[in-house]
Design a protein around this ligand. Structure first.
Ligand code: SAM
Length: 225
């Protein structure tokens, strides 16, 4: 898989992808991730890429010219062009799974007030939000999307079952609580069933606790009453 990130801050986007599991996936050649600075496509002598909003109002808007030139230069025939924006569809694990089977993602990051809407209308395939809150720029959001996608690439996780038995594998269910040694920590013991060796009982317990946690923490997900 190839991922290109177009941003004013390539170093912010790439930093979280340069350690641990994701760095190992990159090192193993599962994914080729590259950051690109939008200013490289500016024709302004000061490398300016923004201007004030038409109609007035606060802040600045990323101009269409550099964005158009950059996207056209980085886009290939089968590229999925994604804009990170709080106005996009909230990112869900099911969509992450689908995106992990794409061959090439081009992730466009906004800054200031966002990007000129003519680019959204003409060159963006999909608008993605990482949640109902507003960040200063899209580089962190892009890194989050990349992390979620890359860990699902075959071979990225040490145990491929990790991505099968986790929160949102069933879109409406969180994972059950997990424990490790010591068995007794400050007088609180690991539930007996997890030490029983009885796999059927453990599976049933995990299902019950997963539903219990979902009801408590995410009552919006579905009816686990
Ligand atoms: N003026 C925009 C609005 O009200 O919708 C917010 C712009 S935000 C300050 C600047 C950039 O950060 C956006 O263009 C986007 O790339 C990124 N961003 C901020 N919040 C985000 C979110 N929740 N999900 C994805 N990207 C986000």
């Amino acid at each position: 898989m190839r991922i290109d990130i177009l941003t004013l801050f390539p170093e912010i986007a790439l930093a979280p992808l340069s350690d641990s599991i994701i760095q190992r996936a990159r090192g193993a050649g599962l994914v080729d991730v590259r950051g690109h600075n939008l200013r490289d496509w500016s024709e302004d002598k000061h490398h300016r890429v923004d201007d004030s909003p038409c109609g007035g109002g606060p802040g600045m808007v990323l101009q269409p010219g550099p964005l158009h030139a950059a996207i056209m230069a980085l886009k290939k025939e089968n590229t999925r062009v994604i804009l990170m924006t709080p106005q996009g569809a909230p990112l869900k694990q099911a969509r992450v799974r689908e995106l992990s089977s794409e061959g090439h993602l081009l992730i466009v990051c906004g800054h200031y007030e966002g990007i000129d809407h003519r680019i959204v209308e003409t060159l963006i395939d999909e608008e993605v939000s990482i949640g109902d809150y507003v960040l200063t720029n899209g580089a962190i959001a892009a890194a989050i999307l990349c992390d979620a996608v890359i860990r699902l690439l075959p071979g990225a996780l040490g145990d491929s079952q990790s991505a099968v038995e986790e929160s949102f594998s069933d879109p409406d269910l969180l994972e059950a609580p997990c424990y490790t040694r010591p068995i007794d920590f400050m007088g609180i013991k690991v539930p007996d069933v997890l030490l029983s060796g009885n796999h059927a009982k453990i599976k049933a317990w995990r299902r019950e606790k997963a539903e219990e946690r979902t009801r408590k923490n995410r009552p919006d997900l579905s009816d686990h009453a």
